[in-house]
Design a protein around this ligand. Sequence first.
Ligand code: COA
Ligand code: ZN
Length: 313
Amino acid sequence: MNVIQLPKKVRIVEVGPRDGLQNERAKIPTKIKTAFVNKLIEAGLTDIEVSSFVHPKAIPQLADATELFEALVQPGGVCFSALVPNERGLDRALAAGINRIAVFTAASDKFTQQNINMSIEESLATFSPLIAQAVDRGITVRAYLSTCFVCPFEGEIPTDRVACLTRKLLEMGADEVAISDTIGAASPKDILATVGEVLDHAPVEKIALHLHDTYGTALANVFAGMQLGIQTFDASAGGLGGCPFAPGAAGNLATEDLIYFLHRMGVSVDVDMDLVLDAADIIAKSLDRPPRSKQWLRQRGCIIHPMGASNHE
Ligand code: COA
Ligand code: ZN
């Protein structure tokens, strides 16, 4: 029998406050966001994408980024980050005193056009000096590569395009590229093909997987990613999320479902599940809608017992 090779430990990048909240219609008050982020810290999450310094009209839900960073204290051992689309965004991020930013492009021209009003080439031309400037100032840079598998406007994405763009982003000075399944369409076969090709050209420790769970394939995709040696996965408490520029995108893989899966697989992750559920509760209360995760349903919602009786826990 073959023994499956899995990493001993996995790092979770919590993207709920940014990717999650940017897709909620309701604008969550800064005070509630502050409580949410503080609960995520208490849960043991060490990498938290807190907000975006994008155009406030593009994403009004995150227009309070500056106020939110003012209200938060970054404890030792925790890394806050924020999305930055251009120089204006970098200036705002520097003023907020953060030391990690995330830039974002895509493997589809039509998607980058919709999202940031640029072609892929234009976005690379914007990000190249931006990344250099950030690195010069001691700020580390993550790069998102959206729509790496299927684009809502262009369809299937060629694997060699993803590998080539990943290499370019790393050469520009990003220390990590998040290979993103923006609309949650990928299957494990796609992960093995695309991420497999990426890893022919990039070191595994610089690659993260950013998965949405539209068709329920996200955890299977984590498994495929771990078999390739990937050790960094994005997730969002309560399964919040989506992308306002990607029709049909559902929420991110829920942090609590990922934690359960990793525990069962014997992979170490130092995050407290109950406190992540408490964090999800904070946003659920504000949105007046229950989180979408299996763990939340299992532990807080209505469950059906095996013998047929239903109960509330
Ligand atoms: N923060 C605040 N204001 C900004 C800004 C930023 N990061 N970038 C540009 N602006 C302002 C400019 O100052 C300018 O203002 P003015 O009209 O008063 O002079 C105006 O916006 C237009 O600037 P321009 O460079 O032409 O930007 P644009 O209209 O082409 O928009 C982006 C480009 C990238 C800023 C915008 O599309 C954006 O923020 N997109 C974010 C998308 C996103 O977050 N998607 C989800 C992530 S997957
Ligand atoms: Zn996303």
